[in-house]
Design a protein. Structure first.
Length: 208
């Protein structure tokens, strides 16, 4: 009986945690975010949601392998957690996308924190082979309850839209790999301003 209880608790914990980074996963986020939004509605307070996406992550996996990609995701998770308050929420949402939820956070404070988190990620250096290092970068967008929306679907959609605008603005800055002994910058694809940037995966509509 005790063994079954332990297994059940472990299964519940695993179902709410991303196994690669140890961060809460999207299921955990929707449970906690729904609770936080109800609290903010009651107290008339603000909540910020920051959506972040690692630039050129597919190129990292394709060029250096998934072991390096996994290492990069763990480094990003650690950098984000290290920049947050104990009661803030940092989630690995999907693939190379992370979401940060900040309680009692205004639009101005959210934009400051967004830039700080991007700077933290830009400081990450990963040794990919002898004499070769990789620098990371991330695009980000922030939405604030209740100004950007009143439901988590509306907030995530707004933050996601702003993140893709940020990514589009960064895509024109392509840096060629440097010689051995220096750092590599993995560039994303060239952005064509005539082609709209669209998200391919739909936002979840329910907590189930």
């Amino acid at each position: 009986m005790i063994h079954n209880s332990i297994v059940f608790e472990q299964t519940q914990e695993d179902s709410l945690t991303d196994p690669l980074t140890g961060l809460p996963n999207r299921r955990s986020m929707f449970v906690q975010l729904s609770r936080e939004l109800a609290r903010a509605e009651r107290l008339k307070s603000e909540i910020a949601i920051i959506v972040m996406d690692i630039d050129g992550f597919k190129a990292i996996n394709d060029t250096y392998g998934h072991n390096v990609g996994d290492h990069a995701l763990r480094e990003v998770a650690a950098a984000l957690q290290g920049a947050l308050r104990p009661y803030d929420l940092c989630v690995r949402y999907a693939g190379d996308e992370f979401i940060v939820v900040l309680a009692d956070c205004s639009r101005e404070a959210a934009d400051i924190k967004r830039r700080e988190l991007q700077a933290r990620i830009a400081e990450i250096q990963i040794d990919v082979r002898a004499g070769k290092r990789l620098h990371l970068a991330a695009s980000a967008g922030a939405a604030v309850f209740p100004h950007s929306g009143r439901t988590y679907e509306e907030l995530l959609a707004d933050a996601d839209h702003l993140m893709y605008r940020d990514k589009a603005a960064r895509r024109g800055h392509v840096t060629l790999p440097l010689a051995d002994g220096a750092a590599d910058f993995i560039a994303t694809e060239i952005f064509d301003p005539k082609v709209p940037v669209r998200r391919t995966d739909p936002l979840p509509q329910t907590l189930s």
